[in-house]
Design a protein around this ligand. Sequence first.
Ligand code: ZN
Length: 308
Amino acid sequence: MPLTRRTFLRRGALAATGSLFLPGLAWADDERHLVILHTNDTHSRIDPFPMDGGRNQGLGGAARRATLIQRIRARHPNVLLLDSGDIFQGTPYFNLFKGEVEFRTMTAMGYDVATLGNHDFDNGVEGLAAMLPHAGFDLVSANYDVSASPLQARVRPWTIREVGGIRVGIFGLGIRFERLVLPELHEGVVYHDPVAVARDTVQTLQRQGCHLIVCLSHLGYRYRDDRVSDVEIARLVPGIHLILGGHTHTFMDAPDVFPHPHDPATVVHQVGFAGIRLGRVDVFIGPDGTLRRWLAHSLPVDARWDVA
Ligand SMILES: [Zn+2]
């Protein structure tokens, strides 16, 4: 049977369950290599799911995720760690400590950049702003105008990280507040159309000389109705290399790939929820500064990463 990219990636994801050996990872001398690690909808899941017979029992856990991230960093100098929102809400850690535990845990893991999900507003703009001193990473949202809110000092439309000579532009997209966030909880934060904003932001990041453009999205993977989603952004906005999604808690066996006639293909990936999986996208930049190839995996976060 011919090994298509899709089956290869699926096999890659399975092969990765037992070790950190990833097939296809060797790179050429003239390539620069970057590892992008990502999560979404971690929802205050600091501890693994309890052994209560539930579907996710024994899975996840922030300490295990930290170990896995550490092992990958020990092998690869160029790593970015990203999150696509809904960090807050889901366990008593949030009810008791209002986000401090989540932000401090992510800071200790060395997160670089995150975007905002609807649940990150569950204690209002003031509640979120009060926790930001605990977040030692950048927050990006290009379509939430925060200029009239206390988030203004910390939330930027986009950021650029230069890692191993690779210039990475990272921007965020947030979901419409209607029916998700009460007006009083997002006071001063204004939602704008993600498609128009994404087009503008991509142009800005291209002008800034980025080799790679990454969108951290909390729009959701795909909908049956006309709500804007990661798939819509991938189709309608050329120039984005990678959309790392959230909100719909979608466990993807393999990423989706959307080709564009005059631009590089857009890859869409999402790793479910609750920190049960860690996403890993390896990108390889050629000597001309363009993306030559990539590999994507979903790495399970489970008891094999317990430190004895
Ligand atoms: Zn959400």
